[in-house]
Design a protein around this ligand. Structure first.
Ligand code: DQA
Length: 147
């Protein structure tokens, strides 16, 4: 089973970026923990980050067309990108949306996700644990299980 973990804009700044909201873990910390989890689950993990919307669209297409699952924190593009939504739908990717923060407890513009309707589910508000829960959920979905 292959899963691509795709990270959008400004997530490269985790650890120093608004730590009161996003915590102290860096993206490298999150990647290290997910790789350990993926190893235990027997998942072939690809982990990527980009600040560019078009590149994120390309990453989604690549994963979807290869039949890999997509665990995505699209960051700010979550709330703005029709192109990203169309990439998930168009490539047929099985996707799970994650966020570190509880977007529903924040500004109104973060309450809307343009990609949620084309994702299997959304996990937010648990910090790095959102990624871990999302990876577990996606692995189970890909194995055809829902328990
Ligand atoms: C985020 C939430 C988004 O609203 C924000 O633009 C981000 C990070 C999160 O993980 O909490 O950059 O996706």
């Amino acid at each position: 089973t292959a899963i691509h973990v795709l990270n959008g804009p400004n997530l490269n700044l985790l650890g120093r970026r608004e730590p009161g909201i996003y915590g102290s873990a860096t993206l490298a910390d999150i990647e290290r923990d997910l790789r350990a989890q993926a190893g235990r689950l027997g998942i072939d993990l690809t982990f990527r980050q980009t600040n560019a919307e078009g590149e994120l669209v390309g990453f989604v297409q690549e994963a979807g067309l290869a039949g890999a699952g997509v665990l995505i924190n699209a960051a700010a593009y979550t709330h703005t990108s029709v192109a990203l939504r169309d990439a998930i739908a168009g490539s047929g990717a099985l996707a799970v949306e994650v966020h570190l923060s509880n977007v529903h407890a924040r500004e109104a513009f973060r309450h809307v996700s343009l990609i949620a309707p084309v994702c299997a589910g959304v996990i937010c508000g648990f910090g790095p644990m959102s990624y871990s829960l999302g990876l577990d959920a996606l692995a189970r979905l890909m194995a055809g299980r829902s328990d």
